[in-house]
Write a protein that binds this ligand. Structure first.
Ligand SMILES: Nc1ncnc2c1ncn2[C@@H]1O[C@H](COP(=O)(O)OP(=O)(O)O)[C@@H](O)[C@H]1O
Ligand SMILES: [Mg+2]
Length: 296
């Protein structure tokens, strides 16, 4: 372990206009060629992302391109009314590549939020509406994206934050797929465990440089997979962790998922049925986000 990486100075200087003079800078994550920090100042806080210039050069270039792509997505999503205008704060270049800043969402990752619900002590009257409230607000966020013909395309536990009032928020628009996409980086799926079967099939059947335009129904499968995983502690498709990604994708592509009833921590039939509907193997059989907002 080396010293904690510092955020790009260029970005911090520009962001001071938004946050005020920073009082705390915290490294949040450092993975897969990109890093994220929380920059807190007296006027507000932002999440700052930047590519890691030390990762191997092809990867670093891809990550800088991904950062530019995410900024393009945020701008287009805002114009389309799918994101609040104050979510994207700023973006730019630095001597190591690209950076991007978004408004800070004070929330905990879904996995941590559902820790109580995952255990037997979650079986309480008060937990049920709290759980469905999270699922409903999660779905409302997706409905807003889908209404603008966008797909998030990376719905998964770490990209879902839950605020203290039990509202889910979705972050990380780097891989989103939208209308009129003219992108340099093809979409080839995101986290394996939350990849919809039709995306898994497309990844396995097309060359690695072919863009797969993810459709809203793929987000619905990923939503079901995310809730399944965070509530039960089990991923919806059982496979050996040691398998290579293509073998895991082949298992997902078959369309069969673990029966939720067999692994759920306590009975909650309506919730189980709605999650299971999201995991329908045929995208046409899944509820839409709009339908789902009334179902939870
Ligand atoms: N708007 C935000 N508010 C709070 N935390 C955020 C926000 N955006 C990102 N983060 C934190 O930074 C981490 C990385 O950001 P993310 O956009 O998911 O990038 P990536 O997954 O590509 O590294 C997230 O897992 C989360 O902990
Ligand atoms: Mg992420």
């Amino acid at each position: 372990m080396g010293p904690t990486p510092a955020p790009p100075g260029e970005a911090v200087a520009l962001l001071t206009a938004h946050t005020g003079e920073p009082t705390a800078i915290q490294l949040l994550s450092d993975r897969r060629g990109s890093r994220a920090w929380k920059i807190q100042g007296p006027k507000g806080a932002v999440a700052l992302k930047a590519n890691n210039p030390d990762s191997d050069s092809d990867h670093a270039r891809d990550k800088a391109a991904e950062m530019a792509q995410e900024d393009n997505h945020l701008l287009r999503l805002t114009t389309a009314g799918a994101l609040d205008p104050d979510y994207r704060v700023s973006a730019g270049t630095w001597d190591g590549g690209r950076w991007l800043a978004v408004n800070w969402i004070a929330g905990a990752p879904l996995w941590r939020t559902l820790a109580l619900a995952r255990g037997p002590e979650g079986d309480r009257t008060s937990v049920r509406p709290w759980l469905t409230g999270i699922a409903r607000t999660f779905t409302e966020r997706l409905a807003r994206l889908h209404a603008a013909d966008w797909t998030h395309a990376d719905v998964q536990p770490t990209n879902t934050l839950v605020t203290n009032d039990g509202h889910a928020q979705i972050i990380d628009y780097a891989l989103a797929c939208g209308p009129g996409d003219n992108r340099h980086l093809p979409y080839r799926g995101a986290l394996t465990h939350t990849t919809a079967p039709e995306i898994a099939t497309a990844i396995l059947n097309t060359p690695t440089d072919t863009h797969i335009p993810a459709q809203p129904a793929a987000d619905i499968w990923s939503l079901g997979a995310t809730l399944f995983w965070c509530w039960t502690g089990h991923r919806p498709v059982p496979y050996d962790d040691d398998l290579d990604r293509p073998d895991k994708l082949a298992a997902i592509a078959k369309g069969t998922t673990t029966t939720l009833r067999d692994v759920r921590p306590w009975p909650f039939p309506e919730f189980e049925n709605t999650i299971t509907a999201c995991l329908a193997p045929d995208p046409a059989d899944r509820p839409t986000a709009k339908e789902l907002t009334a179902a939870w």
